[in-house]
Design a protein around this ligand. Structure first.
Ligand code: HEM
Length: 475
């Protein structure tokens, strides 16, 4: 079954299908396609507001979608470091404490099988949101460690993980796989709770093999999400002022967004200093992979004790970042080419349901900023016209700059590492009977067809995402 078609048919998925667990290769995932009905508040454009009340309304609106006005998609309360050790979930936490050591010793599987019993989730368990998120994180990390932590790769997750994991993901309306929101957004602590969520004041709660490069890979993303958070308020304000045709105020909001985009960019490039490409490629990345579009698990993964049918799910990727998606939605960047459509739209279902729903509100066509700017710049106000166009295009250019630098990151952290590994393998095995030129040809072919942890064929995908941004410039 095609998940993209499923997305369109989300409303058609009957409760009966879900509760009876109609058995096919995506049924675990289809549960998360159910529409979320939250206690949402109206968009500011729909509300009769005085301009001075708008921030109060926006803060409440964001909160109703579990988005924090200062932290964005990061949780409004710092993540729980562990589930209560006196609870029935202590066995998971005790194993997490030793996870890195078991992975180093390559005996994580026997540790999981011998130390974990099946824990069933009762109605009164994990009612607190922080506990729910912690349980989701722990089970996802242990499951990915089981699959990828030893060779050969495991084609199943044992029932002691699969059964409670699927029970909890059903409750949380999430797919049973590691996601960006779990491994990054729900997995940090602050040293000083009075200070911001920034490098120097944050540390990871859990990693796989651990070490500074693995931690920094996630910490950069967490800082970026924190700095970017402030843009959400300005996006809603911009839509509000645009709907009231207040051009000066709209220009100011776009300028504020542009300034935040520059901060986001400044955080992104910290990756180059803080994360070693070799370590990232060889020691960090493979734990994030999923079991869809992944040549290492072409037949998907079995959730023992849950379903006889192998399941296909993408792994964790920052492509699941609701923050970057919000910029696309706000500027009406459409990822609708053959390279981007399926993957980007499917990434929405790996985001927390309320965040996904917030993106839908932000993207309602009648608040489309691109249309407003086009309309306003074709009016008579010549002076403001060029200022508005300039402020709008500066934001688009900054999003393109972000994507260009991200392409450089992927080139260094993935493609160059594939070439190096190919070279080393060929060098040791075939040095004597292969001329140097054929080594590099082989490498190029492998790198050009390289896939991301989410299974995309990297360069055509990322360049198309970038080009789909460029065309949003207005003239
Ligand atoms: C070492 C650092 C990074 C590497 C190696 C990396 C790698 C990748 C890869 C391989 C993809 C393709 C999709 C997939 O298959 O997963 C991707 C997509 C994406 N990544 Fe990253 N990434 C890095 C850092 C970041 C950061 C810090 C962000 C910011 C939140 C980010 C945001 C995105 C987005 C939004 C996409 C979707 C494509 C697009 O919108 O242009 N990435 N990344």
């Amino acid at each position: 079954m095609d998940l993209v078609n499923d997305e369109c048919q989300a409303h058609a998925v009957s409760q009966h299908d879900v509760s009876t667990g109609h058995d096919d290769s995506t049924f675990l995932f289809r549960q998360s396609l159910l529409p979320y009905y939250g206690p949402e508040l109206p968009h500011p454009c729909e509300h009769l507001l005085l301009d001075e009340n708008i921030d109060h309304h926006i803060a409440r609106l964001l909160a109703s979608y579990s988005v924090d006005i200062n932290r964005g998609f990061l949780p409004s309360v710092d993540p729980l470091p562990h589930l209560p050790l006196s609870s029935k979930f202590a066995c998971w936490e005790l194993l997490m404490m030793d996870l890195t050591r078991y992975l180093h010793a390559k005996n994580i599987r026997s540790a999981i099988l011998s130390r974990l019993k099946i824990v069933h989730i009762e109605q009164n368990d994990l009612l607190d949101e922080s506990e729910l998120h912690r349980a989701l994180l722990v089970l996802a990390v242990l499951s990915h460690a089981f699959v990828w932590g030893e060779k050969p790769i495991s084609t199943y997750i044992p029932s002691c993980l699969a059964i409670p994991w699927v029970e909890i993901t059903k409750r949380a309306n999430r797919p049973p796989v590691l996601t960006h929101s779990l491994i990054a957004l729900s997995n940090w602590k602050r040293f000083d709770v009075e200070k911001p969520i920034e490098l120097g004041n944050i540390a990871m709660l859990n990693c796989f093999l651990s070490g500074i490069d693995e931690a920094n890979f996630y910490l950069v993303i967490i800082e970026l999400e924190f700095h970017g958070a402030k843009a959400l308020k300005h996006m809603l304000r911009a839509q509000y002022f645009a709907s009231k045709e207040k051009v000066n105020e709209l220009v100011n909001e776009l300028k504020a967004i542009h300034s935040i985009q520059k901060t986001i960019f400044a955080t992104l490039v910290k990756t180059f200093d803080e994360v070693d490409p070799y370590i990232f490629y060889n020691r960090v990345r493979h734990f994030l992979a999923g079991w869809k579009g992944n040549p290492s698990l072409p037949d998907g993964l079995l959730y023992e004790g849950v379903s006889e049918t192998r399941q296909f799910l993408y792994g964790a990727s920052a492509a699941q970042s609701s923050l970057i998606a919000a910029f696309d939605v706000f500027f009406d960047v459409k990822h609708d080419s053959e390279h981007t459509r399926e993957f980007i739209s499917e990434m929405r279902f790996y985001m927390p349901p309320k965040h996904r729903q917030f993106l839908e509100i932000l993207g309602i066509d009648k608040y489309n900023i691109n249309h407003f700017v086009k309309k306003l710049t074709s009016s008579e106000q010549v002076q403001q016209e060029s200022e508005l166009l300039h402020a709008y295009n500066a934001c688009i250019d900054q999003l393109v700059t972000f994507r260009n630098r991200h392409i450089q990151i992927v080139t260094l952290y993935i493609l160059a590492q594939i070439r190096k590994n190919d070279y080393v393998q060929l060098d040791s095995k075939q040095q004597t009977d292969h001329p140097v030129n054929s080594n590099s040809k082989h490498s190029d072919e492998t790198a050009s067809s390289a896939r991301g942890t989410g299974g995309t064929i990297l360069m055509p995908f990322l360049k198309t995402c970038r080009d789909e941004t460029i065309i949003q410039r207005l003239h």
